[in-house]
Ligand binder design. Structure first.
Ligand code: FES
Length: 509
């Protein structure tokens, strides 16, 4: 897939770098799932599950071969968190090499990304654009190799990587097709890993509470994806670090947005790189005392030292903490009688922060998309899509097709989605996911009915349904979960063993 197209070449350069430092490289692969192929289909169930399999495969290769150090080449939504989860378990010297974003395409004189394609699918479903226009956009929006061009989940995790210090600062968002520079960087990482093998810091020196909170601040300040919550909680669990959804949400509450990146802003990852990239944000966030600058980086020295030479914010793509792009982050932790163990709201590309409306309940994503396409969802409704959580889906599908269909149908500013599934980083609007406990595990989402009044409030951090405690308890007592959608194989096993989204949706030991 586009986000992995340069990986084999990069691995050859890493191996050359290892050799130049006197080491011997032993390259091996893992799987990777393309969210853009699986989005909106049953295949999306495989996406989050693949994170566990990738982490397991890296760990197992190390168990078998006892490497001295590792270089993990990552690029796509799951490979970055999976590599970090594996490194948290292995706890050896390691460098993570991000393979770089795609450049934006161009359509009708404007930058275009995969997000535009998904929203155009919704617009086509509503008859607002022609099939020919949709095809034209599809052919131009993804013009080359690299991770999805906007600040979606993959590039969100690249920002997290730099904040964690496990990669060389300023390198992640160089375009994937800048092959010469990318090869040089890969060789540097190989040599660095070989030099760390003898006496370098090990992965858990970076994947500690300080590092993970720094990463959350970086994610929030860049206007990143809600998947950041899920992945940081999963990494914390693997690193045996105490960290809760509330801890992460608290950091988001005090973090301003310092970059104008799509979907919450205007520019794409390669624009961000040209403006100085992640170190610009890190330096601003350290000065604002939101990031701990004493945290280590892989090249020795601290985050503060490594980001000291970053350019000043340009006021266009990057902004200072004193004059931010937005005063508050678009990532909000919610709690209430509809999500006793928490939920995550994303407020991106919209001014709306509160919605009170009647519930419109769907038992799966496809039913919701069909209703939107049929013009059967009306302004003011709170669309509830349940049985899409980690266990219920199984696999906690991303609801990009739903949110893009809402935007495409002109309902992005008047309808809110609440789900126990999750969102793509390309989602925009006021959307609530990760509702915990999920429906099939007896969460109150399971017993919401059409017409129940639901409140989503990003300012008071509330997700609730207008229903008395006694009535909710009565409904829950009568609730019988649906039979598992998949009982066998990897999906069935995951469905039985997966933990809650508020714990990172990792497999329980
Ligand atoms: Fe791989 Fe978007 S599908 S980064």
């Amino acid at each position: 897939m586009p986000c992995n197209l340069n990986h084999l070449e990069l691995s050859e350069a890493v191996a050359a770098g290892v050799a130049s430092a006197g080491g011997v490289a032993l390259p091996f692969n893992t799987i990777s799932v393309s969210d853009n192929q699986s989005q909106g289909t049953p295949g999306m169930r495989a996406s989050l599950i693949s994170r566990e399999l990738i982490a397991d495969s890296i760990e197992l290769m190390d168990v078998a071969h006892d490497f001295d150090a590792l270089v993990c080449i990552v690029g796509c939504d799951k490979t970055t968190p999976a590599a970090l989860m594996a490194l948290a378990r292995i706890d050896k010297p390691a460098v993570v090499l991000y393979s770089g974003p795609m450049r934006a395409g161009s359509w009708r004189g404007e930058q275009a990304t995969i997000q535009d394609v998904w929203e155009a699918v919704g617009a086509y479903g509503q008859g607002r654009i022609t099939r020919g226009e949709l095809d034209d956009l599809e052919r131009t929006a993804c013009p080359g190799p690299g991770t999805c061009a906007g600040h979606f989940t993959a590039n969100t995790m690249a920002v997290a990587l730099e904040c964690l210090g496990l990669t060389r600062l300023g390198t992640t968002l160089l375009a994937a097709d800048a092959l010469e520079e990318r090869r040089e960087e890969a060789a540097r990482c190989g040599a660095l890993a070989a030099s760390l093998a003898a006496d370098g810091r090990s992965a858990r020196d970076f994947l500690d509470r300080r590092g993970l909170l720094n990463a959350m601040v970086g994610i929030a300040a860049s206007g990143g994806s809600t998947n950041g919550f899920l992945h940081l909680l999963a990494i914390a669990r693997e690193a045996e670090v105490e960290l809760t959804l509330a801890d992460l949400a608290d950091r988001c509450d005090v973090t301003p947005v310092l970059a104008s990146l799509t979907p919450g802003g205007r520019y794409v990852a390669t624009d961000f790189h040209a403006a100085g990239g992640v170190p610009v944000l890190i330096r601003e966030l350290i000065a604002a005392r939101l990031v701990d600058g004493d945290a280590p980086t892989i090249e020795a020295g601290t985050l503060a030292e490594a980001s000291a030479g970053a350019p000043a914010p340009d006021g266009r793509v990057t902004f200072s903490a004193a004059a931010p792009y937005k005063a508050t982050s678009g990532l909000v932790g919610l709690v209430g009688n509809l999500a006793p163990r928490g939920a995550v709201a994303k407020v991106a590309g919209t001014q709306r922060r509160r919605h009170v409306g009647p519930a419109r309940v769907f038992e799966r994503e496809e039913a919701c998309i069909a209703a939107i396409d049929a013009g059967d969802v009306i302004p003011g409704e709170v669309v509830v899509v349940r049985n899409e959580g980690p266990a219920g889906g199984p696999g906690m599908r991303e609801m990009l097709s739903v949110t893009a269909a809402l935007v495409g149908a002109g309902l992005g500013e008047s309808v809110t989605l609440v789900t126990d599934g999750r969102f793509s980083g390309a989602t925009r609007g006021l959307m609530v996911g990760h509702v915990t406990p999920e429906a099939v595990r007896g969460g109150p989402l399971a017993v919401v009915r059409d017409g129940d009044m639901v409140t989503v409030d990003a300012d008071t951090r509330e997700l609730s349904v207008e229903c008395s405690e006694a009535e909710l308890a009565e409904r829950l007592a009568a609730y019988v979960p649906p039979p598992p959608r998949v009982a066998h194989g990897v999906l069935g096993r995951y469905s039985r063993l997966v933990g809650a989204a508020s714990d990172g949706a990792t497999l329980r030991d």
